[in-house]
Design a protein around this ligand. Structure first.
Ligand SMILES: [Zn+2]
Length: 267
């Protein structure tokens, strides 16, 4: 699933479309993607793309009269001038000749077109973005005091902090030497600061490498990201820890895999 660095890398690949007018809209099999309350996508025609915002894993396309909220789900891909495939569900042709194609074989993505004044609850309810200034050690420490859920689940909750998914959760907890099973409210202030610092550092480094590609994720130009080459613990079970050579452990938390070093990340 694309996390903050992958969505940001995609957004950066789309900025050349800003300032262009959409002159054709084609949408196919949108039933599981489009919010039931969304305006009709044909309204995108004759609209100029003004801005592309990102918060956590969500993108928001700002047009003249409307805004379009989009989440890539598990396997959504946004391509500029790519190939139209069997699972291409939205094709926007721009007056300049550019074409934006949304392809999503598993259709877990989400779209919603609304008038400019609308406030999307999914967007408004997100916690601070990992890369935003208001996501600080002080914030994490204060916000987690009343939460006994394990820290990995806490950082995956998009209402606490937006943009963290399964890959970067394991990586940041390892880098900050924090055991993923610890209750969120057991972290000290220093540990809270370290976790925020590592989340931001790892996400920035991943953006520099255009994200992590395991299966579906592709950039807007169709290329793969490169951060999978820098992963320390994710999917490294039974391999030696890069810090201490103890064997990396894989566990299941809320149905999702977590990878950590029991030696470096003590309970
Ligand atoms: Zn270790």
């Amino acid at each position: 699933m694309p996390e903050l660095p992958e969505v940001e890398s995609i957004r950066l690949g789309l900025v050349d479309l800003i300032g262009n007018e959409i002159n054709q809209v084609r949408a196919y099999k949108t039933d599981s993607l489009l919010d039931p309350n969304s305006l009709d996508l044909s309204l995108l025609k004759k609209q100029t793309l003004r801005e592309i915002l990102r918060h956590g894993k969500y993108l928001q396309f700002i047009l003249d009269d409307y805004k379009f909220l989009l989440h890539l789900g598990m396997s959504g891909v946004l391509r500029v001038n790519g190939e139209i495939e069997k699972h291409s569900h939205l094709i926007l042709d721009f007056k300049s000749g550019g074409q934006l194609i949304y392809t999503d074989p598993r259709r877990f993505g989400y779209w919603n077109l609304m008038p400019m004044e609308h406030k999307f609850p999914r967007w408004e309810n997100l916690g601070p973005d990992v890369l935003a200034r208001n996501f600080s050690g002080k914030y994490l420490y204060g916000k987690s005091r009343r939460s006994a859920v394990h820290i990995k689940g806490w950082i995956l909750n998009q209402r606490n902090v937006a943009g963290v998914g399964n890959i970067y959760a394991s990586e940041a907890l390892f880098a900050a030497s924090i055991n993923p099973l610890r209750p969120a409210n057991s972290l000290s202030e220093a540990e809270s600061r370290a976790l925020v610092r590592e989340l931001r550092r790892i996400m920035r480094k991943s953006i520099e490498n255009r994200g992590t590609t395991f299966s579906d994720y592709r950039l807007s130009d169709g290329k793969s990201g490169g951060f999978q080459n820098f992963l320390q613990v994710f999917q490294k079970e039974d391999l030696p820890c890069p810090k201490c050579e103890n064997i990396i452990t894989k566990i299941n938390q809320n149905g999702r895999s977590t990878f950590y070093c029991a030696q470096c990340q003590k309970e």
